[in-house]
Design a protein around this ligand. Structure first.
Ligand code: F6P
Length: 551
């Protein structure tokens, strides 16, 4: 157990000192604090963690912990196809999906790269045919709308990347995501679409997920009834991304329109497989999907090669452990100062919380400490007008601020008396971490002439930890880097705790109970007089009311 290591105990002692750190003083005493507590990657990507409640000594001890927990060896195991997802006996190889090194990656003695490349060229050919109007709908019209049907890992990553890169989308192409089984989602996503110009991409690793299967069937009916039951409707308007070829074929999808992937790609780590590849290449063009892969690959190479002290994902992960386990801050915020990253936090919520929200370690022993923290976020500046009050004066929530030197859209004019939109946005990006770190003392508030009764209300305690990540510009390539940084942060934290970050048994029980309720609702549809009695009193009563009043 990690908590029994001497390195852990040492950090526990270090945390007592860290709680007294005054960031104002630390910055005043050490003019080189930024240089010592920041990492520059690829010349112009900067990770600045100088506002964390750490000293150089803390960082040294955190890197010692990483050594003691054999983080580097575990990263090697992951990249080289070892079955580190022990409860499912699977390798964890999302890095192979973007392996542009030309080197083989083996699982069970077989190089997976030829299969990866074959699917990539299938995606390229298919998306080019759609763009060149060589693949048409049953009435001869070209496709202008893509509906990606999928949920969880088969939805959140592609949506985040699509939103992040919307500025590069193929002119005239729309991409919608249909995830929720709530009929409102189907109604709203399809209401203004012409079925003749619409291509459905059903994305499901298992091809059994209840929400996705129901949405896919509803879309099939919608398409068939709008296209006069044309016999080629499913063949021409549906493609699938799945590992379950049999179920996809049974659904009626043409086997040549199936894009496969492999059990060594976890759902939440599947953006770089055909899960993201198909919808993103259709929407943004294959070359932009390749840009995403190349950015992610660059970060993968940095992750596996860079020394601990120069390694962004490892350092980010260790700071996560520090804030969560040693300082006791079990919540963290992801704050991109970038509207195009409006779905980034939603994706990282799944990557991190489905991976690391675990109660036992790999040996099945109950963890005596908190594992994955709560992750949430919202683009700045919107978050500032929402929950920032809490992070400035309420609970302490370590935050990552993500900003870009150049905007995707140049809006507004710069002049001696005015700033443009991006400069205005970035003024906030630079100001907020300082407000958190340095606060405002009672004395400073008083010096402003504030009435005494308002002084405590207007005081900011400061010493609230945050990091800044500054990129040149949001492009497919930097999107890939950002994705890989946060995927790897999750892996690093899991490696330190010694948990399995790659299974998700916690989602199963609810699914099973849902099946029983669904079955009972079906029975009611056949015999409404029979009372609901088989569950607990709360469920019996509420379900009965729902059924009787919803009839
Ligand atoms: O319920 C959680 C989950 O299993 C995720 O891990 C997964 O990404 C999602 O459901 C969707 O699964 P599938 O791709 O098999 O439809």
């Amino acid at each position: 157990m990690v908590t029994q290591l001497p390195e852990w105990e040492r950090l526990d002692n270090e945390a007592k000192k860290a709680k007294k750190i005054n960031l104002r003083q630390e910055f005043a005493l050490d003019p080189h604090r930024f240089q010592s507590l920041s990492i520059t990657f690829d010349k112009d990507i900067i990770f600045d963690f100088s506002r964390q409640l750490v000293t150089k000594e803390t960082m040294r001890q955190l890197y010692d912990l990483a050594e003691a927990q054999k983080v580097r060896e575990k990263i090697q195991d992951m990249f080289h196809g070892k079955k580190i997802n022990i409860t499912e006996n699977r390798a964890v190889l999302h890095t192979a999906l973007r392996n542009l090194s030309g080197k083989a990656v083996e699982v069970d003695g077989k190089d997976v790269m030829p299969d990866v490349k074959a699917v990539l060229s299938q995606i390229k050919d298919f998306s080019e045919k759609i763009h060149q109007k060589k693949c048409l709908g049953v009435t001869g019209k070209p496709f202008k709308n893509i509906v990606a049907i999928g949920i969880g890992g088969s939805y959140l990553g592609p949506e985040f990347v699509a939103e992040a890169n919307r500025v590069y989308a193929k002119p005239g192409m729309k991409l919608r995501f249909l995830a929720n089984v709530d009929g409102t989602d189907f109604a709203q996503k399809t209401e203004d679409l012409n079925p003749e110009e619409t291509l459905m991409v059903v994305i499901s690793k298992t091809f059994t997920t209840a929400e996705t299967m129901m949405n896919a069937k509803t879309c099939k009916q919608w398409m068939l009834s709008s296209l006069n039951n044309h016999p080629e409707t499913v063949k021409k308007h549906f493609v699938a991304v799945s590992t379950n070829i049999k179920a996809v074929t049974e659904f009626g999808i043409d086997p040549t329109n199936i894009f496969s992937f492999w059990d060594w790609v976890g759902g939440r780590f599947s953006v770089c497989s055909a899960v993201g590849g198909v919808p993103l290449s259709l929407y943004l063009g294959y070359e932009n999907f390749e840009g995403l892969l190349s950015g992610a690959h660059k970060m993968d190479t940095h992750f596996i090669e860079a020394p601990l002290e120069e390694n962004i994902p490892i350092t980010l992960g260790l700071l996560g452990i520090w804030n969560n386990n040693f300082l006791g801050y079990n919540c963290r915020a992801l704050l991109p100062y970038c509207q195009a990253l409006n779905r980034f936090a939603a994706h990282i919520q799944q990557v991190d919380m489905e991976s690391n929200g675990k109660r036992v370690n790999c040996e099945g022993k109950v963890m005596p400490i908190t594992t994955g923290p709560v992750n949430f976020g919202e683009p700045g500046t919107n978050g500032q007008h929402s929950f920032y009050q809490l992070i400035h004066q309420g609970q302490i929530v370590p935050a990552d601020f993500i900003g870009f030197i150049k905007p995707q859209y140049e809006v507004g004019e710069k002049s001696a008396s005015a700033v443009d939109h991006h400069q205005e946005l970035m003024s906030n990006f630079f100001a907020q971490p300082d407000a958190l770190a340095f606060g405002k003392t009672e004395q400073e508030v008083r010096e402003e002439g504030v009435p005494e009764f308002l002084v405590p209300h207007k005081t900011f305690p400061g010493n609230r930890p945050s990091s800044l990540l500054l990129f040149p510009k949001l492009t497919p390539e930097t999107t890939g880097m950002l994705l890989a940084i946060y995927e790897h942060r999750t892996a690093v934290e899991g490696f330190i705790w010694g948990i399995n970050s790659f299974d998700q048994w916690g989602v199963e029980l609810g699914k099973v109970l849902g099946k029983n309720i669904r079955k009972r609702i079906q029975e009611y549809n056949g015999d409404p007089k029979k009372k609901v009695t088989e569950f607990n009193p709360s469920t019996n009563n509420l379900l009965q009311i729902f059924l009787d009043q919803g009839r």
